[in-house]
Design a protein around this ligand. Structure first.
Ligand code: G6P
Ligand code: MG
Length: 212
């Protein structure tokens, strides 16, 4: 039996994945680097520094730690500025309904997000209080695809890993949840999420009964 659902945030409950993409695109533009939507898609769920490293590798750019920090900080400023516009209206259709349906089923619900900005995003969406635990990018050392973040969330809930379901839009997030021994639900195209146990095109289409 399943006891808990751990939700990824960006790209699952709200479409901040688009804001992340725009932040990186602006930085890349300023630096004269190549960056496109295909690369942005691969960066879903990937931590801020790991994302920068992939963009640099793609462009054959090397730099020292100080310079990398400045670039990562700059992208984060663009992202945080964009969050100013975020409100409860930006919850994806069916997202809050799904969280509430899980709770109605007696399932514990948590957030498992790579983002260090997750608390701010939850706050702006007005859903912080819905979750019994929030594991974000500050919680663990090793980012997705390592299982650590989801194991941290399960631990906070006091639920065994094999009794947790993870809802993810990122390939790296499904990898992380599989590594944690959890049931995986992918939200998005099969090309990105074909390795998840269950897959739906959108959050609104997630069939909780089928998963349980
Ligand atoms: C999420 C997003 C990624 C982002 C990561 C870190 O997983 O899908 O695109 O890079 O969080 O976000 P942060 O807000 O800490 O830069
Ligand atoms: Mg995501």
């Amino acid at each position: 039996r399943l006891d808990a659902v751990i939700f990824d945030l960006d790209g699952v409950l709200t479409d901040t994945a688009e804001f992340h993409e725009r932040g990186w695109a602006r930085l890349a533009d300023e630096q004269g680097w190549h960056f496109d939507s295909a690369l942005a898609d691969e960066l879903r769920g990937v931590s801020r520094m790991d994302s920068l490293e992939r963009i640099l590798a793609e462009n054959g750019v090397t730099a020292d730690v100080e310079q990398k920090r400045e670039w990562a900080d700059r992208k984060n400023r663009y992202y945080v500025d964009a969050l100013d516009e975020l409100s409860p209206a930006d919850l994806l259709p069916g997202a809050l309904e799904l969280v509430l349906a899980c709770k109605d089923e007696g399932l514990a619900v948590a957030i498992g997000s790579s983002s260090r900005n997750a608390p701010m995003v939850l706050d702006r969406l007005g859903i912080t209080d819905q979750f019994a635990a929030v594991s974000d990018g500050n919680a663990v050392e090793r980012a997705k695809p390592a299982p650590d973040l989801f194991l941290h969330a399960a631990d906070q809930l006091g639920v065994a890993a094999e009794r947790c379901v993870v809802v993810e839009d990122a390939a790296s997030g499904v990898d992380a949840a599989l590594a944690a021994g959890m049931v995986t639900v992918g939200v998005g195209p099969a090309e990105r999420l074909g390795h998840a146990h269950h897959r739906f095109d959108t959050v609104a289409e997630i069939d909780l009964d089928r998963i349980l």
